[in-house]
Design a protein around this ligand. Sequence first.
Ligand code: DGP
Length: 134
Amino acid sequence: MSDIFCSIIAGEVPAFFVYADDVAVGFLDTRPVFKGHVLLVPREHVETLSDLREVGPFFERVQAVTAAVQEGLEADGSFVAMNNTISQSVPHLHVHIVPRNRKDGLRGFFWPRTKYASDEEAESYASRIRKALG
Ligand code: DGP
């Protein structure tokens, strides 16, 4: 399996790199939500979060790069997110690390929000997830 992020990792497609080790590679998104928006990807070709084997080491890099984005860009905070299958335009797991600032104009990010009709409905969703977790 190969994709555009595998080609970036292999050095076949140029990118503005911010991080690289044996676990993860980070580079600027070509269509940033805000300037400094980083994509952090596993070096190994992995498609979705469920496919990721070494979860801890990868998310240690997510944590470190997020801190660096905030510190290096003097951002107030960040938005860290991942599309899994739906809205995932590249079939190589990628975490978006977006610098955020107060009053930066981003409202609600990608999604409209909904409400639970009742506490019972909320509890039914919570219990289905708890059941799936065992
Ligand atoms: P998503 O919508 O979660 O699949 O985000 C994929 C992101 O990948 C999107 O924000 C644009 C970015 N992207 C797509 N192709 C390239 C590329 O060739 N280079 C870089 N640096 N980013 C890319």
